[in-house]
Design a protein around this ligand. Structure first.
Ligand code: OMP
Length: 273
């Protein structure tokens, strides 16, 4: 099943727009994992088992695994394999924000879709459509293009005006009107920028899904982000939180506390959608 259909099904089944970021930082894991052979995977597995009925996606960020070399990549793959076998309804997003010339992108796509078997990836837009085409051609996968980043300094380039239009708005326009011929594109806009989220929603219309990270640890206001980003049907978004949920407690009750935080976050999102 293609990524967008899988997402629509799980939005309904779990009544949730919440995505949990599986970004395990070994220094923040409960002590019991420190002697484990697969600490990242074992931690993820506990979080996944505690929250799988509450989410519309899981999004591991590759950096947290690449940091550990081959062993980290192995645990990233274990994480995706586990979700695919035990929770096959849940879409898998690899957050790796790759982007290069087209020939090189073919090999990033092979890593994500053939080796890891994910349903969607995050990519850079900087090189232009022609370079991203190897991703865009894979019709059943979600290609999530970074548009307006959640970090404080993201305006340095993204807010520059070119011919009277801010760069991130031009990205939203090109992706929604020119790149999306296979209806497999999404855009990333940070929850920390609700008015920019609204502008992007107005440009892309009802049908494009937005990935919205930045609630929780980065301090994005959930009410403002949800109201600004949902479409007229009250969906069309994937709202991501990682640290705010996975480290709700640093003790042995981490999975239970992550579940409680995920319920609270899902319900808050649902209140404003
Ligand atoms: P927390 O800040 O811990 O909730 O994690 C946010 C996750 O979303 C990290 O994996 C970030 O790399 C990612 N992210 C952003 O924080 N800001 C962005 O603009 C884009 C992303 C992303 O593409 O998911």
């Amino acid at each position: 099943m293609d990524f967008i259909s899988k997402l629509q099904k799980i939005w309904e089944k779990n009544n949730s727009l919440l995505c949990i970021g599986l970004d395990p930082d070994i220094d923040k894991l409960p002590d019991s994992f420190k002697s484990s052979n697969n600490p990242l995977f074992e931690f993820n597995k506990a979080i996944i088992d505690a929250t799988a009925d509450l989410v519309c996606a899981f999004k591991p960020n590759s950096a947290f695994y690449e940091a550990h070399g081959a062993k980290g990549i192995e645990e990233l793959k274990q994480t995706f394999d586990y979700i695919r076998s035990d929770y096959p309804d849940i879409p898998l997003i690899l957050d790796f924000k790759r982007g290069d010339i087209g020939n090189t992108n073919n090999f990033y796509a092979q890593f994500a879709f053939d080796y890891l078997g994910v349903d969607a990836v995050t990519v850079q837009s900087w090189q232009g459509r022609e370079a991203i085409q190897p991703f865009l051609d894979i019709k059943d996968k979600g290609i999530i293009v970074w548009c307006k980043a959640s970090n404080e300094g993201s305006g340095e380039f993204q807010d520059l005006e070119l011919n009277g239009k801010k760069l991130y708005l031009q990205i939203a326009e090109n992706v929604s009107k020119e790149w999306n011929t296979n209806t497999n594109c999404l855009l990333v806009v940070g929850a920390t920028y609700p008015s920019e989220l609204k502008e992007v929603r107005n440009i892309v219309g009802d049908n494009m899904v937005l990935l919205v990270p930045g609630i929780g640890a980065q301090g994005g206001d959930t009410e403002a982000a949800v109201k600004a980003s949902v479409n007229s049907k009250g969906d069309g978004v994937i709202i991501n939180s990682a640290r705010g949920i996975i480290y709700a407690s640093g003790g042995q009750d981490f999975a239970e506390k992550a579940r409680a935080k995920a319920i609270e976050t899902r319900d808050l999102i649902n209140l404003y959608r």
